[in-house]
Design a protein around this ligand. Structure first.
Ligand code: NAP
Length: 279
């Protein structure tokens, strides 16, 4: 069995994740939606977390179920301890366990430093960083309880943190977001170090510019897209499926020895493109 990718970039087949149970946070939109569907295509049962738009979440569930695996939608704010505890314990009750956590939910509340309110600061840190901590903590408890089941996976569990190129690229006007993603880098590496002896793999995917609602203004006019492309050596804006494929492979036993790494999926955005002709 292998994985094949069709010309339009979809993961088309082959249940590399057959029998595994995945939770994807923020899965009713953008990257989370594509990832939830991608994991379903690879054979996983999927919990589709959302916080606001239930209809969108139910549509993702229907699409995943049409692939012949189980799925349900679960409303929870990832920054609420009680709601995250409830989400993971329901998953263990309904699906038996959790094998894969994709801590994807995230948002932006942009402002120049001198205009940024403490509410904007806290909201982004609460969802993007505390949310990942809470989901990782609850998933890890179940991974540790269950241990390795060799017929399912060679590891006891996989956590994939959705980071960003802004875990290393400073971003003026977005200090809350950049600080949250810088925090995700160290959260991921520290959890990887702490949990690896228990055969739990923690890694991150760091997208560059991906065409989703979070950054619509960066690509929805020809002028904006041209300016964005000047930051991308590969000269195309990423699609949610680019990230979904990276997550699916990282979650599979194909990459069983990858622990504590960040996979940049960014068309080369982190290659300092300004230095291509200067410096
Ligand atoms: P998106 O389309 O706006 O999706 C964000 C998702 O997060 C939505 O499903 C949203 O749910 C969910 N969410 C927000 N607050 C939440 C909360 N408190 N609890 C649970 N879910 C919550 O954006 P996206 O681009 O797919 O972003 C997904 C992740 O990728 C984020 O972590 C983002 O930082 C990261 N990322 C994106 C890019 C990019 O270029 N797009 C680049 C780098 C990193 P509702 O719709 O129900 O509110």
């Amino acid at each position: 069995m292998g994985t094949s990718v069709s010309v339009d970039g979809q993961i088309t087949a082959f249940p590399l994740l057959r029998g595994q149970k995945a939770l994807v946070t923020g899965a009713n939109s953008g990257i989370g939606k594509a990832t939830a569907i991608g994991l379903g295509r690879m054979g996983a049962d999927v919990v589709v977390n959302y916080v606001a738009d239930r209809d969108a979440a139910e549509k993702v569930v229907q699409e995943i179920e049409s692939l012949g695996v189980r799925a349900y939608a679960h409303e929870a704010d990832v920054s609420s301890e009680d709601q995250v505890v409830g989400m993971v314990s329901r998953m263990v009750e309904e699906l038996g366990t959790i094998d894969i956590l994709v801590a994807n939910a995230g948002l932006q509340r942009d402002a120049p430093l001198t205009d940024m309110t403490v509410d904007q600061w806290h909201k982004v840190l609460d969802v993007n960083l505390t949310g990942q901590f809470l989901c990782a903590r609850e998933a890890a408890k179940e991974f540790l309880r269950r241990g390795v089941v060799p017929e399912v996976s060679s590891s006891a569990g996989k956590i994939i943190c959705m980071s960003s190129v802004h875990q290393i690229i400073p971003w003026a006007g977005h200090v809350n977001y950049a600080a949250s993603k810088g925090g995700v880098l160290m959260l991921m590496q520290t959890l990887a170090q702490e949990l690896a002896p228990h055969r739990i793999r923690v890694n991150a995917v760091a997208p560059g510019a991906i065409r989703t609602p979070i950054n619509r203004s960066a690509w929805d006019t020809p002028e904006a897209e041209a300016s964005l492309l000047s930051l991308i050596p590969y000269r195309r804006v990423g699609e949610p499926e680019d990230i979904a494929r990276a997550v699916a492979v990282l979650a599979s036993d194909l990459l069983d020895y990858v622990v504590g790494s960040t996979l940049y999926v960014d068309g080369g955005m982190t290659l300092f493109p300004g230095f291509a002709t200067g410096g």
